[in-house]
Design a protein around this ligand. Sequence first.
Ligand code: FES
Length: 141
Amino acid sequence: MADKPKSRSQLLPLLQKVQEQEGYISDENMQKIADRLGIHPVEVYSVVSFYAFLSTKPQGKHIIRVSTCVPCMMAGADNVIKAFEKALGINAGQTTPDNKFTLEKTSCIGMCDQAPAVLIDDKLMGFVAPEKVSEILRELA
Ligand code: FES
């Protein structure tokens, strides 16, 4: 964050860098970025809240994103989410108390032909059945 001021076009790259380094974008870092780019913090917040891959809260070591677009919902994504919620003891949008897992609903991840689809960290998984959830979590532990 100690580099020279940059143009507004640097907003997203700066946010991605902070997300990568710290796992989320704190209010303090949003303010620093706004100051550096000479824009209002609300503009920074609006970008952070628009992109599902940017977070304002600390996230777990593993981020589980279940697609909730129409094809995935029709193929049973809701039951996959319920299975993850039950196995992890949290609701979608939360992180486990041990900070190992964050469970999120997300828009299409480009696996509509293999719905229901899940993205875990950088790994795409298709045809995820609720019965597979325990095995998936065991492999991540
Ligand atoms: S709708 Fe779920 S991956 Fe596209």
